[in-house]
Design a protein around this ligand. Structure first.
Ligand code: ADP
Ligand code: MG
Length: 323
């Protein structure tokens, strides 16, 4: 059986042009660019909680990294370096090779170097720490929304949850939509270019990535910015054609795992955001607005009446395991 160090050398030690020193010493050495702040995030994926034990390892490798890159995107940071701490039940080299390929495919797509980590034996558990850079004082935070701002969301939130429902046999999607939804679930595309553009052009006042469902995640902006966010049913993103509309709407509002960005922006940025959507070839939906309040989220129907929702989103320790 290969040793821990053989596994690291064989599968995880690849060139790290963005590091002063990559894997192999007690620490990696990194040199942040002048005038930049480091944005640092860590996320754990636990077998049985975040993914099924028989998940395809290539997809798992991609997703493990992608969910961390998404947090950097949400801050408007440029992803640069990552560390991988993995606990593996056995040294299954076919599995590890496929996992590493998926991880490095994502690393290449988003321009990050794997600069270090830890490899141990134990229940399957994968933890990435990702570091990015953002111009000092300019990160997109959750607490910057202002009364009167527009509320926006990118892409097609809900596809990942629909893909999960399809895989679990809770719904049956037409073939081409199923492919799209399952890909959204297994190979999410963090919105790094959007986050960078929002920061560079000072378009957004706050941002968050949508990992636990749109309503739940915008709730964090509302809370941290100390105002209410009102969505209007009539301006929600179009539903994917071919899906059960009730399920699709539920997935759109409360499904997790999409890794789209939700953000607030002043209403005088609408034209610039519309142009950005075209440039990035990514839909941007203006779904509501910020109003004075105490940190709540409401969805209003066509008559301006609040819509009652069954559940809001995913919370590992909450009563409402709404997924
Ligand atoms: P230490 O005992 O000094 O913490 P380790 O023996 O755990 O170091 O790891 C040896 C080197 O290999 C370190 O530079 C570490 O960052 C790197 N490393 C360990 N696991 C991984 C991994 N999965 N991916 C990338 N680098 C790794
Ligand atoms: Mg050491």
């Amino acid at each position: 059986m290969p040793s821990e160090f053989t596994l690291i050398d064989r599968y995880f030690a690849r060139p790290t042009p963005q590091a002063v020193l990559g894997p192999g010493d007690d620490c990696a050495l990194l040199a942040p660019s002048p005038g930049m702040e480091l944005a640092i995030t860590t996320d754990m994926l636990v077998s049985g909680t975040h993914f099924l034990p028989d998940t395809d390892p290539h997809q798992l490798g991609w997703k493990t990294l992608a969910v961390n890159v998404s947090d950097l995107a949400a801050m408007g940071a440029k992803p640069r370096w990552v560390l991988l701490a993995g606990s593996l039940p056995q040294a299954d080299e076919v599995w590890i090779a496929a996992f590493a390929d998926g991880l490095f495919a994502c690393a290449t797509r988003y321009g990050v170097d794997l600069v270090g980590g830890d490899t141990t034996r134990g229940p399957l558990n994968l933890c990435i720490t990702a570091l990015g850079e953002v111009h000092a004082g300019e990160a997109l935070r959750r607490d910057g929304a202002r009364d009167g701002d527009d509320l926006w969301v990118s892409g097609q939130p809900g596809l990942a949850a629909l893909g999960l429902a399809h895989l679990q046999g809770r719904t049956s999607l037409p073939d081409s939509l199923a492919v799209r939804c399952v890909s959204a679930l297994q190979r999410p595309l963090p919105r790094v270019e959007l986050g960078l553009a929002l920061r560079e052009r000072a378009l957004a006042t706050s941002a968050i990535d949508v990992s636990d469902g749109v309503l739940a995640d915008i709730g964090h902006i509302a809370e941290r910015s100390r105002l209410d966010l009102e969505g209007s049913e009539g301006t929600l993103p179009c539903l994917p054609v071919g899906a059960d509309p009730v399920l699709a709407r539920d997935c759109q509002l409360t499904g997790g795992d999409d890794y789209e960005l939700a953000f607030t922006a002043s209403s005088d940025k609408r034209a610039e955001l519309a142009a950005l959507a075209v440039r990035l070839d990514l839909p941007l939906w203006r779904i509501g607005r910020a109003v004075a309040g105490e940190g709540r989220v409401r969805l209003l129907d066509a008559d301006g009446q609040p819509v009652t929702l069954k559940h809001k989103g995913f919370d590992h320790f909450g009563q409402d395991q709404g997924q």
